[in-house]
Design a binder for this molecule. Structure first.
Ligand code: TEU
Length: 562
């Protein structure tokens, strides 16, 4: 089984800015997190992963770092960090840091100094280009809208930025840069950090010929992804980090867009010595239509089972599995994949059941444990994500998309849906801050909040606690063999997990209908219904004897097979 702490732990991702504000400036901070560690411990959390906390001008909310070895002013100080880490370790929890090393802020000293002269050692820490006939070097567009090139008057050249223009990409071909990055990582390891999530890490290599991409219909820029994602040299850099810095005790996670269960082994194969597992984007856009403002019906087989079972069916030597639906770059789980109107509680519990009974490390995104939802009341001025504004220029100001459709598209797809303040109670700002919150709290915090759900035995929060406890008490839910049942059923997702004679049968109805399933694989001689998301559900084990089950809307059941 090759047991590891990061395989057996329950992870919880905190978007620090929105979690808990301790000093009334309207922005979440490190001391606020410490205030809530006992809440997380009580939930059953073992691993805390924070989005970036390093010093940053916050053009991209911390993903634009200006000092890798200090803490963002709004979040606190290095002393606050040391205090938080001590408090985390006191509770026998681990800490995973967000490592943003594909780019820095344009306010980082490396960039500031490097601009000063061509002879400066830091000039080559970034990717500069003279351009073509006085124009940008090629037709690449930033992921956040606009060109991927920005002209710098002082240098007289363009620099590459795959993200915002305040996030210049680093030139990983430069050996001195790689040494400085390794020294920085060692600084955090020496402080006691237990693991790292490496941001956009499969972008470290870029095609130095900078060829134009093909401009698709309705697009403004060329499709350049194959020139900046998963290039061969990325593996050399990751092997170097693993060899020179990370130890076996550290978990090394890569965020790798474009990598899924079918090719993650390229990075996470045990023989690769690069990453332990990757964060994918497989389910970020499930349910989305061709246009951002359109939605489509979820296809359980091709959108969900194909991905989740795909991750489950890999060989152990291909690497470990991440188990999550959402994070700070997508929308709220229950709004995107469940029914946050008519079956809010049932569907949120059903959705929790899958990652918490599958092989891998479950990552709970803050607020999903209480079923926080998208906020469809946002007006354009309520948004804070830089890409919402940059892409408004590309698509609305250019006349490609109407204002109305653009806003509807943001309601459907904006990352800010997952960045509204944590809903602690029904007070003003949801108990997140006593000041003016940096982003509007969802009005439904009056109904959906921690305080209310702690007191409700049948709340989403208490379901999470129960299923996390069940997982911790049964290693078969972590390491057990996964065997899918009824793969071609379009509404029910069912499988067993088995290890050393301990066996569970899990089945969920992913939608709001009342489907039946009949499958000889379901026939069980004796089992106990140990978890379900309906109250007073009779234990209709009798039906199971014939391999037949009928499920209610979004019903989830976990049986322990005797
Ligand atoms: O996101 C990375 C990201 O969005 C790209 O990897 C891209 O979308 C993907 O490769 C397309 O296939 C990370 C962070 O999660 C995000 O919050 C930051 O804004 C971004 O990097 C820049 O640091």
């Amino acid at each position: 089984m090759n047991r590891r702490w990061w395989k057996e732990g329950i992870a919880y991702q905190i978007y620090v800015r929105s979690f808990k504000d301790s000093d009334g400036d309207g922005i979440g901070d490190i001391k606020g997190i410490v205030e809530k560690l006992d809440y997380l411990k009580d939930l059953g959390v073992d691993i805390i992963y924070l989005n970036p906390i390093n010093k940053s001008p916050n053009d991209d909310n911390g993903y634009d770092i200006s000092d890798f070895e200090d803490i963002m002013d709004e979040f606190g100080t290095l002393e606050d960090f040391d205090y938080m880490l001590k408090e985390i370790q006191k509770r026998d929890m681990k800490f995973v840091m967000d490592l943003v090393i594909n780019h820095t802020s344009d306010e980082h000293p490396w960039f500031v100094e490097g601009r000063k002269s061509a002879e400066n050692k830091y000039r080559d820490y970034y990717i500069w280009n003279k351009g073509k006939d006085g124009q940008v070097p090629n037709n690449w567009g930033s992921f956040f809208g606009g060109s991927a090139w920005e002209y710098d008057e002082e240098v007289g050249e363009y620099y590459l930025h795959l993200f915002s223009k305040k996030q210049p990409d680093l030139n990983w071909k430069n050996e001195n840069l790689r040494k400085d990055i390794k020294d920085m990582i060692q600084f955090w390891i020496d402080k006691g950090v237990n693991g790292f999530r490496m941001d956009a890490i499969n972008h470290l290599g870029k095609d130095a010929n900078f060829p134009d991409g093909e401009v698709g219909e309705g697009q403004v820029y060329g499709d350049f992804i194959k020139y900046v994602q998963n290039l061969p040299e990325v593996h050399d850099y990751l092997k170097e980090l693993k060899r020179d810095v990370f130890e076996d005790e550290h978990v090394v996670i890569g965020e790798t867009g474009g990598i899924g269960y079918h090719n993650a082994y390229l990075y996470t194969g045990v023989d690769k010595k690069e990453l332990d597992f990757t964060f994918h984007f497989d389910m970020h856009s499930v349910g989305r239509g061709k246009e951002a403002w359109e939605t489509t019906k979820i296809d359980l087989i091709n959108d969900i089972k194909k991905n989740m079972s795909g991750w489950q069916m890999r060989e152990d030597n291909e690497g470990w599995c991440p188990l999550f639906y959402s994070n700070h770059d997508t929308t709220r789980t229950v709004s995107r994949l469940g029914d946050d109107k008519d079956y809010h509680v049932e569907s949120a519990k059903m959705l929790a059941t899958l990652p918490l009974t599958q092989k891998g490390t479950p990552f709970i995104y803050y607020g999903d444990e209480i079923g926080m939802t998208n906020d469809r009341t946002f007006k354009l001025e309520d948004y804070r994500d830089i890409s919402a504004f940059n892409r408004h220029k590309d698509f609305v100001q250019s006349g490609l998309v109407t204002e109305e459709n653009y806003l509807k598209g943001l309601h459907n797809t904006s990352r800010d849906n997952s960045r509204t303040p944590m809903q602690w109670d029904d007070s003003k700002n949801a108990g997140f801050t006593t000041g003016k919150a940096w982003i509007k709290a969802n009005e439904n915090h009056k109904e959906i909040n921690v305080e209310k759900q702690l007191q409700d035995e049948n709340s989403i929060l208490n379901y999470y606690k129960k299923i996390i406890k069940l997982r911790k008490e049964n290693l078969s839910l972590v390491y057990g063999d996964f065997k899918e049942i009824g793969r071609d059923h379009e509404e029910i997702y069912s499988y067993t997990r088995e290890l050393d004679g301990e066996k569970f049968l899990i089945m969920v109805n992913f939608f709001g209908g009342e489907p039946k399933i009949e499958d000889k694989e379901l026939v069980t001689n004796d089992c106990e219904l140990v978890l379900w998301n309906y109250e007073k559900r009779e234990n209709d084990f009798s039906l199971l004897k014939e391999g037949k089950v009928e499920l209610r809307p979004y019903e989830a059941r976990v049986y322990k097979v005797k």
